[in-house]
Write a protein that binds this ligand. Structure first.
Ligand SMILES: C[S@@+](CC[C@H](N)C(=O)[O-])C[C@H]1O[C@@H](n2cnc3c(N)ncnc32)[C@H](O)[C@@H]1O
Length: 250
């Protein structure tokens, strides 16, 4: 049986392929980020479902590939602020100045201080476009679950050619019943056995996302098969950082 270290090393190799960087680059990011991830997530990872280490490294590697010195990230689903802090400290650890805005509908966060993050309490389901235009983030991290919110934000972010990171897209969290249409496509329930995220990506980017590597005319979408699964959706053009080779992985 594979050890965790072996599994991580395999997934780091996948991250390197997805982000078109060397394995050494990913390992270097992992090494820099591990201390802060461990400090923040270590005490809570068993009780609180937040991003695991591979997911953190995948998101930060995709961000680092943009070459931007200051990075604006919009997170949906602040909850306790754990993933926010992981991104905040992780970005700093790899030399990128974070500018993070988060949304939740209830105030539960106590992990970061007011000045570090622009934490907002509001349901922006019907105004994702205007919020993207106001904040102009480089990326969105979708971790709030409701179908309509996730669908609207992914659709509007695609129109604006943003990097889109979607949490909870692993095979375990994917229900084939959603494909067969036995469950309503519009619903806001937060059922731990039925996550809408992957279905939303399928509707927004096409059914090929289930293969794990899918290229449309404007995006490359990869599923990292980590604990909860994270989708890395990278625009192929129309951004100041778009890399020539994106989309060319076999
Ligand atoms: C899975 S948790 C987020 C976990 C967090 N990102 C982390 O990893 O530490 C989902 C959060 O989404 C929030 N949420 C639910 N509906 C929302 C909405 N319409 N807008 C923003 N957040 C919402 C819930 O209140 C909950 O705190």
């Amino acid at each position: 049986m594979e050890t965790n270290a072996e599994q991580s090393s395999h997934l780091f190799h996948v991250v390197a392929q997805v982000c078109q960087v060397t394995d050494d680059t990913v390992v270097d990011i992992a090494r820099k980020v591990f201390p802060s991830w461990k400090k923040i997530a270590g005490p809570v990872i068993e009780q609180v479902k937040t991003i695991d280490f591979v997911e953190t490294v995948a998101v930060l590697t995709a961000i680092s590939r943009t070459g931007l010195g200051t990075f604006r990230l919009l997170e949906l689903g602040t909850q306790h602020g754990i993933s926010t802090c992981i991104f905040l400290d992780g970005l700093r650890a790899i030399g990128i100045q974070p500018r993070i805005t988060t949304y939740d509908v209830v105030l539960k966060q106590r992990a970061f201080s007011g000045g570090e993050v622009d934490a907002r309490i509001e349901d922006i389901t019907t105004r994702c476009g205007p919020v993207l235009d106001e904040l102009d983030p480089h990326a969105v991290f979708l971790d709030a679950h409701p179908w309509e919110l996730t669908y609207n934000m992914a659709t509007e972010a695609r129109k604006r050619q943003k990097l889109i990171f979607t949490h909870d897209v692993s095979d375990d969290l994917w229900s084939a019943r959603l494909q067969e249409g036995r469950l309503p496509l519009k619903g806001n329930e937060c059922n731990p056995f039925v996550q809408w995220e992957r279905k939303v990506l399928e509707v927004v980017f096409g059914p090929g996302i289930h293969t794990g590597h899918h290229v449309t005319e404007d995006y490359q979408i990869d599923l990292i098969r980590s604990t909860h699964g994270v989708a890395i959706c990278q625009p192929l053009r129309g951004t100041q950082w778009t890399t020539k080779n994106a989309g060319s992985r076999g």
